[in-house]
Design a binder for this molecule. Structure first.
Ligand SMILES: Nc1ncnc2c1ncn2[C@@H]1O[C@H](COP(=O)(O)OP(=O)(O)OP(=O)(O)O)[C@@H](O)[C@H]1O
Ligand SMILES: [Mg+2]
Length: 297
């Protein structure tokens, strides 16, 4: 089966500014794919091309097997799309606006709209212009999901959502993936991406810096462990364990160790030495993401 999204040499210039340069991206079906990068990197530009709203300068892209330029209507029919700045008609209520969109698109079961609105505690009776920022965003989420599309392309979907709603939204993404559907999202909230994405791509100045599974990035990430021994810690032996980057020991029973990748050898060396406690801190993926945002390439 075709990939959910495929781009080949996709480039976009705004006059002389090269917003996107030769992007080659493949997003398989049934995954949550995080699209990251600093402000102005080209994320929204990519997303607007994929949604068939602007055309590429060179290169091509297919969405669910349809070329985004030649078969733009097919692309849009099968897509759930949330723009970065979602705007509805100011004087229509949420329900009126969703009805309007549902009539245009077809294939919307209204009970799905009710279910989503209830889940996100959104009052569909209010006029768009009277909604708070977060509630406008929720309406955008409902319209993107209401026809249960095969593929969702979401530009900063959690922007403006409170922490409880963010969590609800991440749960919705996991359910969407469990249905075998695909989610492509941009976000600046790295913890969200870390929590839900299978794969991330990081864009910088219009160029792809890395595409990697979150699992593989987690393997590379530095993990911090605190090992407490009842006897004097075997500091010299621990230093030699695979992956150990740094050891801090204040002369007491506890050593703090930073390890890249697997902690297996470290723990094997520590085990025979009357170890009484191990505290393991989550691998810091955000630090890895941020490295790719700046100098590394
Ligand atoms: N319509 C436009 N006309 C001219 N330049 C544009 C236009 N849209 C975007 N750009 C430029 O293209 C580059 C990429 O913008 P884009 O909006 O894709 O970035 P982004 O990665 O979505 O950033 P952010 O994280 O701030 O949303 C930026 O330098 C931006 O100024
Ligand atoms: Mg953007």
């Amino acid at each position: 089966m075709d990939a959910a999204i495929r781009t080949e040499g996709l480039s976009k210039n705004y006059r002389s500014h090269r917003a996107l340069r030769e992007l080659n991206l493949e997003v398989p079906r049934g995954v949550v794919f995080g699209y990251l990068g600093p402000n102005g990197a080209g994320k929204t530009t990519t997303i607007r091309i994929l949604a068939g709203l602007i055309s590429p300068t060179t290169g091509s892209a297919t969405v669910l097997g349809n070329d985004v330029v030649d078969r733009c209507e097919d692309v849009q029919r099968h897509l759930g799309y949330l723009p970065g700045e979602f705007v509805g008609y100011p004087d229509l209520t949420g329900a009126q606006y969703l009805r309007y969109l549902a009539n245009l698109r077809g294939g919307v079961d209204w009970s799905e709209v009710d279910r989503l609105a209830k889940r996100f505690e959104l009052d569909l009776g209010k006029r768009f212009k009277t909604l708070s920022h977060g509630n406008k965003q929720k309406l955008g989420i409902v319209q993107a999901f209401m026809h249960r599309p095969e593929l969702l392309i979401l530009d900063e979907p959690t922007s403006g959502l409170d922490p409880i709603m963010q969590r609800e939204f991440l749960a919705l993404l996991r359910e969407t993936r469990a249905d075998g559907r695909t989610v492509f999202l941009s976000s600046h909230i790295l913890s969200d991406v870390e929590a839900v994405a299978d794969t991330v791509a990081i864009l910088r100045s219009g160029e792809l810096v890395i595409t990697q599974s979150v699992e593989a990035l987690r393997q590379q990430a530095l993990r911090r462990l605190e090992l407490t021994f009842s006897d004097p810690p075997p500091v010299d032996q621990l230093k030699r364990a695979a992956g150990v980057q740094e050891i801090n020991w204040d002369g007491g029973g506890t050593v703090q160790v930073e390890v890249a990748g697997s902690t297996a050898e470290l723990l094997r060396i520590a085990a025979p030495h009357q170890i009484i406690n191990v505290v393991s801190h989550e691998a810091d993926l955000e630090a890895i993401f941020l490295d790719y945002y700046t100098a590394r390439s």
